[in-house]
Ligand binder design. Structure first.
Ligand SMILES: [Zn+2]
Length: 141
């Protein structure tokens, strides 16, 4: 599942929506099935994706072999690959980069990286939305 920030060009409403894949947005838009949740306008576009914080501290343990765990792991991997493709890795500079995007609007690409809980809290206080995602290390494959 992929979450996009969507923006209505008509009423400027910004809302989140989940899609099963990165192509689904385009597909739904083409079919005119995508509209603003507020004014129902079809003039909806993807806006800048929220910066993503890699959450290693809450590293989820996915060691059992149950079907459910495997499926979850697969979904997380898909999401992770999507982030790797579409976002720029900024490592420990996350808080700095997130601010510079927010205040200067200079990047068109989303970012992902590491940040402390404190950083995330401060960013949110400044009105900078971030998403925290669990991250599966490659060695856990
Ligand atoms: Zn609207």
């Amino acid at each position: 599942m992929i979450k996009y920030n969507l923006k209505c060009k008509k009423c400027k409403n910004i809302f989140d929506s989940w899609f099963s894949s990165s192509n689904e947005f385009d597909r739904l838009k083409k079919l005119k099935l995508l509209n603003c949740e507020k004014c129902k306008s079809l003039n909806v576009e993807k806006s800048l994706m929220s910066p993503q914080v890699i959450n290693r501290s809450k590293n989820i343990r996915l060691n059992d072999d149950s079907k459910k765990t495997k499926l979850l792991k697969k979904k997380l991997k898909e999401y992770q690959n999507f982030i790797k493709t579409n976002f720029e890795y900024v490592g420990n500079n996350f808080a700095y980069e997130a601010r510079s995007i927010h205040y200067n609007k200079k990047k068109s690409k989303g970012i992902y990286g590491k940040a402390s809980i404190e950083d995330v809290k401060n960013l949110r206080d400044e009105g900078i939305e971030t998403e925290t995602i669990p991250w599966i290390e490659d060695k856990e494959n």
